[in-house]
Design a protein around this ligand. Structure first.
Ligand SMILES: [Zn+2]
Length: 151
C-alpha cells in the first residue's frame, strides 16, 4: 500500500473528518491488507507520518469517529487514556478488559511521571538518554511525556 492508494480509499467530509471508504472492522476502524499483515488504516497513517509506535500505545481519535483517518484528528495514547476517554464519552462498559497492557503502560507512565517531575524542562530524548526511560523510541517516549505533562 502506498500513500496515494491509501488516500484513494478515503473521502473528506464537511465535518473535517476524512473517512475510510473500504473494508472496516466491527468497531468501525478502517482496515486493509498490507502485504501479509492486516493493518488498521488510522494506525498505518500515523506510523507512516510519525514512525512506528510501541505496541502498548494506541492511536486514538479526538473526533470519536473510528473510521476517520485525518491525521489532525489522531493522537497517541495509552490504553488507559483510551478507556478514560471512552468512559468520559459514556460508551465503555468493561474497563478491565485490557488489564495486562494497562499494567504495563502504567509502569511506564509512572517512570515518566517521576522523571519529568524532577526534570520538568527535559525533552523525551533526554529522558531516553538518562537511562530511566523504559522505551527506546523518541515517539513513544514523547507520547508518555505528553501523557504525564498534560495530566
Ligand atoms: Zn475525524
Amino acid at each position: 500500500m502506498n500513500i496515494k492508494n491509501f488516500f484513494s480509499k478515503t473521502k473528506a467530509l464537511e465535518s473535517g473528518c476524512v473517512v475510510w471508504t473500504a473494508n472496516k472492522t466491527n468497531g468501525g476502524y478502517g482496515r486493509f491488507r498490507n502485504g501479509k499483515r492486516l493493518v488498521l488504516a488510522h494506525r498505518f497513517l500515523w506510523e507512516w507520518i510519525n514512525g512506528p509506535i510501541d505496541d502498548g500505545l494506541l492511536v486514538c481519535h479526538k473526533c470519536d469517529n473510528p473510521t476517520c483517518v485525518n491525521i489532525d484528528h489522531l493522537f497517541v495514547g495509552t490504553h488507559k487514556d483510551n478507556s478514560d476517554d471512552k468512559i468520559s464519552k459514556g460508551r465503555w462498559s468493561n474497563g478491565d478488559r485490557r488489564g495486562t497492557e494497562r499494567g504495563k503502560s502504567k509502569d511506564w507512565l509512572e517512570a515518566a511521571r517521576v522523571y519529568f517531575s524532577e526534570n520538568p524542562t527535559a525533552s523525551a530524548r533526554e529522558w531516553i538518554a538518562s537511562g530511566n526511560c523504559p522505551v527506546k523510541s523518541p515517539t513513544t517516549a514523547s507520547a508518555y511525556k505528553k501523557a504525564v505533562v498534560n495530566a
